[in-house]
Ligand binder design. Structure first.
Ligand code: 5GP
Ligand code: ZN
Length: 113
């Protein structure tokens, strides 16, 4: 399967990895939209959030837990941050392997564009 984020998880393509374990990999976004912009991905290929199955619930929770742990470790958890997942066209998804965006270390506005 030709998937960019599977290739990053398998280290066939280089990324600036900040955390990894047996279920997830977290790395800096190549085109950051905030001083900290990290993507948390599952090692398992799931194309979009629409493809999430019942058995993936714990995995998605682990992705969120990973993000909050990184925010705490980097020291911006109390200031706040944003977690976002884009789905398909209207969501603005461009890479079809689910990923949790974590944006931090600047004031973010709402609603997003
Ligand atoms: P999406 O638009 O699908 O929600 O987000 C995809 C994200 O992946 C974008 O923020 C984009 O900058 C990032 N991205 C795309 N290609 C690469 C890459 O090769 N390496 C890294 N680190 N990030 C990438
Ligand atoms: Zn993939």
């Amino acid at each position: 399967m030709d998937c960019l984020f599977c290739a990053i998880a398998a280290k066939k393509i280089t990324a600036d990895i900040v955390y990894e374990d047996d279920k997830v990999v977290a790395f800096n976004d190549i085109d950051p939209k905030a001083p900290t912009h990290i993507l948390v991905i599952p090692r398992k290929h799931i194309a979009t959030i629409n493809d999430m199955e019942t058995d993936d619930k714990e995995l998605l929770g682990h992705m969120a837990y990973t993000a909050k742990s990184i925010a705490a470790e980097k020291g911006f958890a109390e200031d706040g941050f944003r977690l976002a997942m884009n789905c398909n066209g209207h969501g603005g998804q461009t890479v079809f392997h689910i990923h949790l965006h974590m944006l931090g270390e600047r004031q973010l506005s709402w609603p997003p564009g």
